[in-house]
Each structure stands twice: as structure tokens, then as C-alpha cells.
Write a protein that binds this ligand. Sequence first.
Ligand SMILES: Cc1cc2nc3c(=O)[nH]c(=O)nc-3n(C[C@H](O)[C@H](O)[C@H](O)COP(=O)(O)OP(=O)(O)OC[C@H]3O[C@@H](n4cnc5c(N)ncnc54)[C@H](O)[C@@H]3O)c2cc1C
Length: 556
Amino acid sequence: MGETREQLEFDVLFVGGGPANLAGAIYLMNMAQQAGKEIEVCLIEKAESIGSHSLSGAILDPVALKELMPDYLDKGCPIEQAECRDEFYYLTPGGKLRVLYTPSYMHNSGCHIISLSKYCLWLGELAEALGVMVFPGFAGTEVLYDADGKRIIGVRTGDKGLDKDGNKRPNYEPGVDLMAKVTVFGEGPKGSLIREVGKKLGIFEGKMPQIFETAIKEVIEVPDSNSFPSPDTTVVHSFGYPLGLNTKGGGFVYKMKGNRVALGFVVGLDYEAPLFEPYQAFLSFKKHPLIAGIIQGGKVLQQGAKTLPAGGFYTMPRLAVDGAVFVGDSAATLNIQRLKGVHTAMKSGMLAAETIISALEQGDFSSATLGEYEQKVADSWINTELYAARNFSQALSQKGIAKFVTIGAQYLSGGRGFSDPMPIEDDSTTLTKLQNASAAPAESPQTQDLDGKLYLDKLTGLYLSGTSHEENQPCHLVIPDKNLCMTECYETYRSPCTRFCPAQVYELEEDAAGSKRLKLNPSNCLHCKTCEIKDPYNNIVWTCPEGGGGPKYSIV
Ligand SMILES: Cc1cc2nc3c(=O)[nH]c(=O)nc-3n(C[C@H](O)[C@H](O)[C@H](O)COP(=O)(O)OP(=O)(O)OC[C@H]3O[C@@H](n4cnc5c(N)ncnc54)[C@H](O)[C@@H]3O)c2cc1C
């Protein structure tokens, strides 16, 4: 017999406490108040507190924030730097070339530098003050459907207090069924619930594959005497070293308040070399003379990692089904050309909220009524931005000089370029097989000098992310075919999960007889989901661990 679970009923349920859903919830409450309507709204977030799984650059284009809250400065919006002044570099192994002409989409004038974790915490407090029931520490683990299996009627939260074999511990608490007229999925990149909705309701059918980049980021305290290349610069972006021109990605350093900088390195997950390790590239970037000069003598305060959706326009799923809508990174609204997704995520949440208010008035939550959200997105500046960038990620994936020619052609033709749409390859298919498998190392050698203060190994970085999980719980990383790991995957790619994971979740172990096995450390997981995206056999399924586990970001 199935377990009896508590059921709570709401008008609207937001799943995920990122900028998309927080802006959506605030906008919804404002509209309801203006119309004199009382509505029951709930928001769940898997992190221990709102903002503690939020990691981003982050340069905030305040366009959506101004629409949401013109008086955001008076309301105490936490801003690190009010104005952005950019410099853009091409890096060679020991040198740099300043790029003097940059396309308009790369200009950040009028934008603010923020910490996304602080920003989300602030938005969460505003949402709560407006009456949203905000529940951090609750992960949505199952989508609930009506009897026909076609209409979404809510989400079940994860059970707490199960041991690693699935038995109930003394502190067991069953998950709760959160029922809603409309569920808004804002799970960020590679959402684990939207994946299941995709399988059941086909929202990704006919779209290009979802593709991603992965990023490692730190906040570093630097000596007062350190400075950016030019004294009034607050934003440095780079490409080239250490990736060269055949792998997509680049680095950034942003000035924060006081003597802190945000530093990050982003790698396209369509990279090809199986022995490549994003974390090593991140360290090499930090050691480049331009970057090392900015951070020398510094100390890392916090580190983390997260993926971002890079596909944009042609990869966006259907945005509404019966009983639900999809917003923000979950719906691929990030503009990769600008490396910005906070403003588009917020706007998508707000457009969803407008649609929901009208659906509540009509008492109709069908895909026909909620589908008006899709039209609103199409008529908004989100569409204008994403359409102009519709082939950009594909252009970045070109090799060598072809990259610049393609980007240039797109720039001059409003995003069209030489062919439109340019095809997109699924990230899990791009690794090349090892040419000489017997010569390839079992584990990547440590190639960097580390000092435990400014240059950290993965485990020290992990410690500085504050990550913790209940150890005695079912493993949230499901590997359907364990046999594949030490046979085909090891032989063909040398277990790339041990390299692309930034948190040493996957390790190779050898027993006394010399036979190898893959050891999992799920407690290390930073929830970046790189493993599910990049695994060449699609043999890793990321599910939500017990709510409240994971990183504890506060300043990234
Ligand atoms: C390194 C990096 C640099 C970036 N730089 C910039 C920048 O400079 N400017 C910019 O505008 N954008 C930037 N972005 C992108 C930006 O951070 C995202 O586009 C934006 O945060 C998307 O907001 P969202 O609400 O859709 O998703 P998210 O911010 O990812 O929020 C989703 C939330 O949902 C929660 N969640 C997920 N699944 C569940 C579940 N099943 N149950 C409960 N909770 C769940 C997550 O814990 C998370 O808190 C950057 C991203 C990265 C990774």
C-alpha cells in the first residue's frame, strides 16, 4: 500500500528559488494585490536557504529588475559595483592582446556587478514579505499528474530521513504533495523534474539538443595594493589561453566591494579531448600573468561550480503545458552572446506571472490559456535578444579562425550568418575516443603548483563551497549500467567523469589485486550537473538529494 502523504493546496507553486521564479513570484503577488485578490503562493528551493545554490558571474543587466521594482536601490538591492567598465583580452600562454573593438552585445555599461547568492537572498525576503510561502530545504523530486497523466497538478517533495538502502531512519519524514493550479518550473540548468516532464509530455521534441557550459568560480580577497590592468576597470573578460581557439570558453574577473574580486572560468561542454579537465584549465587561467597580477597575494574565500545553458533560441522547449509553465535557464532563456541569463530569467518569470494572473481570473489552466506565456515571450525583448544570438553558440564551437569569420558574419546579418539554423551537437556525443588507450594515464596528473590559499586543489575548493549532505541517504547519482564504467567507458575515454566533475565526486580506486572500480562520493556534489550532461554514455542520472544538502554559497 502506498504511503499516506500530507497534501497542501496552492494556487501557484514555484519550484526553484532562482532569479526567474523569485521575480515571477514577486510580480505575481504585486499584481494580485493591485487587483485586490488573495492568492496562495508557495516557492520551494532545494538549498538550505534561498541563494545558497546560486552562483553566477554576475553582471546584472537591470532591465527586468527596473520593470519589476523601479525603486530597487531604495529597497536595498545588494550591489557590489554600480557601474561596469570593460576590458577584453585575447590571451596567449605568456602574453595578452587587448581587443579594442568589441561588438555592442559585449558592452556592460549601465550594468551592475552583484553576488547572485546575495541577490537571490534579497529577492527571497521581498517575496516572503509579500506573502509568498517560501520553503527552502525542500527539493521537488516527482511531478504529479492528473489521472489521465496529461495535466500537471503539483510536485512531490523528497522524503527525508531514508538511509542509503532506502530504509526509514528514526528521523524519517515523508515528502509532501504540493498541489497547485499552476506549477512554475524554474529549476535552472538541466532541471531534474523538467527532464522527466520532457520525457512524458515531449516539450523538447522538435527542438535542437540542450547544450551547456560549465564554470568554476571563486571570490578572492586581494591585497589593497592590487589593481586591474587599468585603475577604473571593473570587468575583465578573456578568451584564448589555456583553451586555444578549438575549445569554447573563456575567463572573467569582476571587481566586487572592498578588496574582493569574482573570478571564473567557463568551458563549453562540447569539448572533445577525453583527458581534458576543466578544473586544470581554471587553474591555468588563474596562473596566466594578466590574471595572476590581479590576484597575487590573495586568498580564496569561496569556490563553487555550476553549468549554464548555452543553446538559446533553437533549444527552447515548449513553454507551457496543461497546469504548468517553464521559466529561466530551465527553458534555455540565457543569452550566451552576452553571458547573461539573470535578466532574461527574471523577465520570463514575470511574463509567466502575467499569464497566470489572467488564468486565475478565467479559472482555466489549460495549455491553451497558459500558452499565452509563450506568445508573451515571443513578443518581448527576450525574443529580440535570443533571436539575434540564435546561432552564436554554434559559431563559438567552430575551430580556429572559422570561429571569428562565422561570428563576424552573424554580427553583420543580425544573427543569421552563413547558415541558419546552424546544427548543434549534443554535449554527450563530442568526446573523441583515445587514440592510444594503453598509453593514456588512469588519472590526470596534477599539473599545477598549489598553495592551499590562492591556488587550491579540488577538495580544498570544495571545502570552501561549504558543501555538505546527509551521508546516510540513497545515492542521488543514479548509474543505470555500472558495468559500463570500468569496461567500455574506461577503455575508450579513461573514465572522463573523474576529470569533468569539479568536486571529485567520481574517483578511480584500485584494490590489492590491481583491479579498478569507480568510487562515488555523492556528498561532494556541487549540484552543477556537469556529469549528467557530459557523460558519453548518458549513464549518469542526477536526482535531487535530500533537501537542504549541497553547497552553502553566500558571496559568489
Ligand atoms: C559561472 C556563471 C557566470 C554567469 N554570469 C552571468 C552574468 O554575469 N550575468 C548574468 O545575467 N547571468 C550570468 N549567468 C547566468 C545566470 O546565473 C542564470 O542565467 C540565472 O541564474 C538563471 O536563473 P534561474 O532562476 O533560471 O535558475 P537558477 O539561478 O539556476 O536557479 C534555480 C534554482 O532552483 C533550484 N532547484 C533546482 N531544482 C530544484 C528542485 N527540483 N526542487 C527545488 N529547487 C530546485 C536550484 O537550487 C536553484 O536555486 C552565469 C552563470 C554561471 C554559472
